[in-house]
Design a protein. Structure first.
Length: 178
């Protein structure tokens, strides 16, 4: 008798969970039908085929270097990278990655963070298969100037917030950084 009660209890629990799952599936099907009836969302982003551009003409803070001829251990490769980066904060190494520099660790991290975010958004936009709408050069320059005006303070606040997150999530990180 005791086993029958346990089995009946298990059957009731399974039936209850199956009922919840059926309700969830039904809700998702209804939502999908509603969205299908509404039609596709409006297009907010478009893309274009990738084009070769000279970074120096489009963004004065960025330099590029052709693919390295070897592992960058020689002085010649280092000199080549330094000359390409002269006066710039970001250097793209074709097929190798990026070098970011700045007056402080906070500003360098901030530049790298937003460079990575911009690259991610660019890739996502290009995946839509639609033509991109490029920002007007004057607007891009105006925006860059606005960012540069308060960059030091904003970058410091951003970096400090990252350290607070580390304090919360990884309390021992400061011992490792010392």
């Amino acid at each position: 008798m005791r086993y029958a009660i346990i089995i009946l209890g298990l059957i009731l629990v399974v039936a209850f969970l199956a009922g919840i799952k059926a309700a969830q599936i039904s809700s998702l099907i209804e939502f999908g039908q509603t969205q299908q009836a509404a039609g596709p969302p409006p297009e907010a982003v478009t893309t274009a085929l990738a084009e070769a551009q000279l970074w120096e003409e489009t963004l004065p803070a960025v330099g590029t270097v052709e693919a390295l001829k070897s592992v960058a251990l020689s002085n010649e490769e280092g000199d080549r990278m330094c000359s390409a980066m002269a006066g710039k904060d970001i250097l793209f190494l074709r097929n190798h990655g990026v070098i970011v520099s700045g007056p402080t660790v906070a500003q360098t991290y901030d530049d790298l963070y937003y460079l990575e975010r911009a690259a991610m958004v660019q890739v996502l936009a290009m995946q839509t298969g639609k033509p991109l709408h490029n920002i007007d050069a004057k607007l891009a320059e105006h925006t860059a100037n606005q960012i540069a005006d308060g960059e030091g303070q904003q970058a410091l606040l951003h970096f400090e917030s990252l350290k607070r997150l580390l304090d919360r999530d990884e309390p021992g990180w400061r011992r490792l950084a010392a």
